[in-house]
Design a protein around this ligand. Structure first.
Ligand SMILES: O=C(O)CCC(=O)C(=O)O
Ligand SMILES: [Fe+2]
Length: 333
């Protein structure tokens, strides 16, 4: 059964033939007759690819990577050792690139490469999809492991397709009718914010994925602050359930390519040696909702008390003025 499924999926790949297939791993040949092996790493997402040097790619090889990415969501290519120009060239095959919109890095050697270096944790140890506070969040991110600790500093990814699909029908329906406010407050810029659907449709695969994350999502727009906290907290913990994730142990020279539209990631902050990674970010499309929001935003026009402060950011994002304490005073004639 597994064999049959793997063979069927091969017909969707732009390659001319396959050579062999066995449990969890299969080989194919691209048009240049390079032997490509695809080794699935977990049941939900992730595959390690051997036999495809990521330099001077032709359009069929790019299409093969896109197709593999649609199937496996995050791809690992060990032993690539790309230089900075090849890394940027690789990213350019998938769309326009951006450097990090908020974080300036003095060590970065190229305008389209964001470098993260850490030696005592201090990494992205909250679940997120890249740049979700932007109107057009990152589509694909490509990481080059430059220097990596002997142990520790693994990265986890979660499939937000699998997390969405495993929700109960009533919760799926509720989520499809909601939107969420994302902001850049982890970068000290809460005023940079945007409202996205809680469930988005992937433009290529047409599958539905949850699109809220621990790091950048602040508030469910149609719910009160308390209700929003409860549901958001549940969803971010649900997405991080082990059965939806992969944990990858890095080696120097490995390239990881992932699709931010259907995954989130998290770095384990458990190392005390130097860890240097460089990221190229392919900017994305506006997240598409499965349906229009079913409810109006949660708005309280009066200043109802101390809890009004929890609505301030949402009101600002929606351009809504609420009555001040002063205007709440009884008019004396
Ligand atoms: O360091 C990593 O493994 C990933 C860091 C991260 O979140 C990113 O580059 O987007
Ligand atoms: Fe990230």
């Amino acid at each position: 059964m597994i064999k049959l499924q793997l063979r069927l999926t091969l017909f969707y790949l732009p390659v001319n033939r396959y050579t062999d297939s066995w449990l969890g791993c299969f080989c194919l040949r691209d048009t240049l007759n390079n032997k490509l092996s695809v080794n699935r790493l977990t049941g939900s997402l992730g595959a390690e690819i051997q036999g495809l040097p990521l330099v001077n790619l032709n359009s069929e090889q790019v299409a093969t990577i896109e197709s593999l990415l649609h199937q496996h969501l995050v791809l690992f290519f060990p032993q690539q050792f790309l230089d900075i120009e090849s890394h940027v060239a690789l990213g350019s095959h998938f769309g326009p690139l951006d450097s990090h919109p908020n974080l300036d890095n003095p060590f970065t050697k190229h305008e389209n490469v964001f470098e993260l270096a850490a030696s005592h944790g201090g990494v992205a140890d909250e679940w997120h999809s890249d740049i979700s506070f932007s109107a057009n969040p990152a589509k694909i991110s490509i990481l080059n492991m430059i220097e990596c600790p002997e142990v520790g500093g693994d990265t986890l990814w979660a499939s937000t397709y699998a997390a969405y699909e495993a929700l109960s029908a009533p919760l799926r329906e509720l989520c499809e009718g909601l939107t969420a406010l994302h902001d850049a407050s982890p970068h000290g810029k809460p005023e940079i914010n945007v409202i996205h659907p809680v469930v988005r449709i992937h433009p290529a695969t047409k599958r539905k994925a949850l699109f809220v994350n621990q790091h950048f999502t602040r508030r469910l727009v149609e719910m009160s602050h308390e209700e929003s906290n409860m549901l958001l907290d549940y969803l971010v913990r649900w997405i991080a359930s082990p059965k939806f994730t992969i944990r990858y142990r890095w080696h120097k020279g490995t390239i990881a390519i992932w699709d931010n539209r259907c995954t989130q990631h998290f770095v384990v902050s458990d190392f005390d040696e130097q860890r240097v990674i460089q990221r190229v970010t392919v900017m994305g499309d506006k997240p598409e909702a499965t349906a229009a929001p079913r409810w109006q935003p949660y708005v309280r026009r009066e200043n109802v008390g101390a809890t009004s402060r929890y609505d301030q950011q949402l009101n600002d994002a929606l351009g809504i003025d609420i009555l001040t304490l002063e205007s709440n005073r009884k008019k004396v004639k």
